[in-house]
Design a protein around this ligand. Structure first.
Ligand code: UTP
Length: 277
């Protein structure tokens, strides 16, 4: 079955970016002239998806407005030299359907994904955390690489990267057996471990392909680290009862949920744009 839907959990408060995130969603922070979530939607479209299911919360209406026509603005710039600036976003709006639901209480990423069940139904789907910006210039995007693996093994896939040992406490960390180059069968996963307890330095980043049985697994998952429903705990259940793969992707990932990562991404994409000139 072709994967058509991509879920964007975007309900978090983005406290690391206060005060800017007080009245503006973190996902609307710009990298050059595009908001973070638009990069995510473009990555999903490149992977063949056409339905974007976005989990929002209070204060996130700017996301819905972004993926809609702005008649006044379009009318204003029609026929001027600025018209091309809306070309990319207009094309996304034409190609995709956007659906939304709200997570009422921020009970963790697992809970946000479970809220998406109403929008996804019973089919495999992609997940993008838009504050993790992934690029792979000249090659396939990260989600597209992961879809190829899902098509081959028909199971859930998480994207991983190596991180320094003193950074593992920020991530879900996996332990696994390498099945083919850069592909691991998950045998254990721990959410935000201390360095001394981490099973490896292979950290999960914000890209997933999930099979619909994950919804049942989340329903059975009790609050874990920080009292939140952790997707890592639900996926460990799937790994123990079936198969979950972890994939060391080709490309570069920027943690745009942190100020340092955000600045790094801005500088990197700006230098790529300059080289194109
Ligand atoms: P983060 O851990 O980055 O949390 O969530 P956050 O609230 O967005 O940011 P900080 O830490 O306060 O600065 C990772 C992803 O999971 C989503 C967030 O929107 C983000 O994309 N998320 C997290 C939810 O949608 N709901 C939740 O309850 C928690």
């Amino acid at each position: 079955m072709k994967i058509r839907k991509c879920l964007f959990p975007a309900a978090g408060y983005g406290t690391r970016f206060l005060p800017v995130t007080k009245a503006m969603p973190k996902e609307m922070l710009p990298i050059l002239t595009k908001p973070l979530i638009q990069y995510g939607v473009e990555e999903a479209v490149e992977a063949g998806m056409n339905t974007m299911a976005i989990i929002t919360g209070r204060g996130k209406r700017a996301i819905e407005d972004h993926f809609d026509i702005s008649y006044e603005l379009e009318n204003q710039i029609k026929g001027t030299s600025k018209e091309h600036l809306l070309k990319e976003i207009r094309s996304l709006i034409t190609k995709c359907t956007f659906t939304y639901t709200r997570q009422v209480e921020m009970r963790g990423l697992g809970d946000a994904i479970l809220k998406g069940q109403a929008l996804i139904g019973r089919e495999p789907f992609g997940v993008i955390l838009a504050d993790d910006l992934c690029i792979n210039p000249g090659g396939d995007g990260v989600l597209k690489q992961m879809i190829a693996l899902n098509e081959k093994y028909r199971c859930s896939v998480v994207a991983i990267m190596e991180v320094p040992e003193d950074q593992v406490y920020k991530y879900g960390v996996i332990e696994g057996k390498e099945m083919e180059e850069n592909v691991f069968r998950v045998t254990n996963m721990v959410e935000k471990p201390d360095a001394s307890e981490a099973p490896s330095n292979l950290a999960i980043i914000g890209r997933y392909i999930l099979t619909p049985d994950v919804f049942d697994a989340i329903k059975q998952t009790k609050p874990g680290k920080n009292g939140e429903i952790q997707i890592t705990d639900a996926l460990l259940h799937l790994a123990n009862t079936g198969m979950v793969l972890a994939y060391k992707f080709d490309g570069k990932r920027f943690d745009c949920g942190s100020v340092e990562g955000y600045v790094e991404a801005t500088n990197h994409l700006h230098s790529l744009e300059e080289k194109k000139k």
